[in-house]
Design a protein around this ligand. Structure first.
Ligand code: BEZ
Length: 263
């Protein structure tokens, strides 16, 4: 299937590693929840720079990590991951069919990735296609209310400049109810589904976070407008996100965590 070209790939593995290492260090218990077995074949959707993928690969027979960003896939390879591929999670079903992977995975895992895929029906259908009957899905993603102050500030700064800010958001943060129906309608039985806050202290600052994760939001703006929007967003978020006492920045993440089985 067609790979996203490197030219349109605005992900930066070095930014990710410097400003956002917590993405793979905080949810270590998600790998414990997945509990990979030595005979299993596992698919990791949105493997990023491969920190969790590498761990899973040590624990099971085979784990394929996929990511839409060729740069992140290269970083995952450099980190020692054995099988990582450039695949758009929104086109998972087509990929699984073209590779002959239908019904071949014991488990599908995903951390902090699915909220980047606008078409959630397509990704759930793709997961259903990949899993064996009885196979499990273990995922964590941004849920309703996630990084709300940033999303609202971005939308407001973009609206002010004549864009439809909300429509430019690259993120989807579903509620428990929405995700439960989505999975149930796709033949999944939900074992647990939880939405919970996770205030996250940034290793650097909000500027670093926006440089790492906000690039798709403002990709159509020219450089001057990008800079103005970023500065305005930082100012708008500051009262909620910045701690004057110690100079730290804390964003309110909200996680949606799901364990479900294909029945
Ligand atoms: C998240 O992991 O929740 C997230 C990361 C970057 C942008 C938006 C959400």
């Amino acid at each position: 299937m067609e790979s996203p070209s490197a030219q349109t790939d605005s992900w930066s593995p070095s930014n990710y590693s410097y400003h956002a290492r917590f993405v793979s260090t905080i949810p270590q218990d998600l790998v414990s929840l997945l509990s990979p077995k030595s005979h299993e074949r596992i698919l990791d959707i949105g493997c990023g720079d491969g920190v969790l993928t590498f761990q899973i690969q040590q624990m099971c027979k085979e784990c394929i990590g996929i990511d839409k960003s060729s740069r992140m896939v290269e970083a995952a390879r450099a980190a020692g991951c054995k099988d990582v591929r450039v695949v758009d999670g929104g086109r998972l079903k087509e990929w699984a069919i073209s590779e002959g992977f239908e019904g071949t995975f014991d488990a599908v895992f995903s951390n902090a990735a699915l909220h980047w895929i606008k078409n959630q029906e397509a990704v759930v259908e793709g997961i259903r296609t990949c899993l064996k009957l009885g196979g499990r899905l273990v995922l964590e993603m941004g849920g309703k209310g996630n990084v709300q102050v940033i999303e609202k500030s971005m939308a407001s700064a973009l609206d002010k400049r004549g864009y439809n800010g909300a429509s430019l958001s690259p993120w989807v943060f579903p509620s428990q109810e929405t995700y439960s129906s989505l999975l149930t309608n796709a033949s999944f039985q939900i074992s647990s589904i939880n939405l919970f806050p996770r205030p996250t202290k940034l290793p650097t600052d909000l500027r670093g976070w926006i440089d790492t994760f906000g690039h798709l939001y403002i990709q159509n703006l020219d450089d001057k407008e990008k800079e103005d929007v970023i500065n305005e967003v930082i100012e708008m978020c500051k009262p909620e996100v910045y701690n004057e006492k110690d100079g730290s920045w804390t964003i309110m993440y909200v996680r949606l965590r799901v364990i479900a089985y294909l029945v």
